[in-house]
Write a protein that binds this ligand. Structure first.
Ligand SMILES: CC(=O)SCCNC(=O)CCNC(=O)[C@H](O)C(C)(C)COP(=O)(O)OP(=O)(O)OC[C@H]1O[C@@H](n2cnc3c(N)ncnc32)[C@H](O)[C@@H]1OP(=O)(O)O
Length: 206
């Protein structure tokens, strides 16, 4: 019993690295909830559909990579949220990380960066000084955010993309893998290439 006890919503691919991160931190992960899975994952029981009454004292993380799905599942979760920061992360003591966020293996979060709630900073991603990440953002592996970049709610930045200082990625926008963002990205825009250009627009999430 106690605040070190954690449950995960989600049992798929992203949940594996989140579970790995929590176990490396010494968290006591007591259950995974996902209707698609049963059995165990890394020794943790997978209990199927989310049980709102299960161990109300435990904390939760929604370990789902898709930003819109993660937002929806967060709104249906009544457990209090915790976050995970893998021990290999370089985290400035002057950075902030919100509840439910996942700062994964080898990431760097620099001074005065502000990471919102339910954000994923994936393997080896770099968030430099004074960046602001809104809730439900996902930075894929190897992303580089230079200083003072802003990323709007629900935006997804693909693997290895770079965003130069001071630019803004709009809400629910998508930055393609390997893109170099040199000007602001509008809300919902999908941008690719170097320099990144808009190729289409995402549908706003329900
Ligand atoms: C641990 C983890 O794995 S976390 C997950 C990490 N995942 C990623 O980083 C995935 C990033 N996703 C991408 O880059 C995708 O290609 C997206 C989201 C940009 C576009 O995907 P889709 O909407 O399916 O677009 P689609 O594949 O139809 O491509 C549309 C056009 O853009 C081009 N394009 C797509 N992605 C890129 C890219 N990253 N860079 C340059 N051009 C691209 C395509 O070649 C195509 O061009 P064409 O119309 O001339 O043929």
């Amino acid at each position: 019993m106690g605040t070190n006890d954690v449950i995960l919503q989600g049992g798929g691919e992203h949940a594996r690295v989140v579970l790995d991160s929590l176990l490396a931190q010494g968290a006591n992960v007591i259950a995974l909830f996902d209707p698609k899975f049963s059995g165990t994952l890394f020794g943790v029981p997978q209990r199927g559909v989310y049980d709102r009454s299960f161990r109300a004292d435990a904390h939760a993380i929604v370990a789902i990579g898709d930003n819109a799905v993660r937002k929806r599942v967060v709104s249906g979760t009544i457990h209090r949220f915790t976050s995970t920061v893998h021990p290999s992360v370089v985290m400035s003591p002057f950075a902030e990380v919100g509840a439910g966020s996942m700062i994964l293996h080898g990431a760097i979060v620099q001074a005065q960066a502000r990471v919102g709630e339910h954000v994923i900073v994936n393997t080896g991603a770099q968030v430099d000084h004074d960046c602001v990440l809104s809730d439900f953002v996902h930075l894929a592996p190897g992303v580089i955010l230079c200083g003072t970049v802003q990323v709007g709610q629900g935006a997804f930045v693909g693997a290895g993309a770079t965003i130069i200082p001071g630019k803004r990625v709009g809400a629910w926008a998508t930055v393609g893998a390997g893109a170099v963002v040199v000007r602001d990205v509008p809300d919902y825009a999908v941008v690719v290439g170097n320099p990144a250009r808009v190729i289409k627009y995402n549908t706003p999430p329900l």
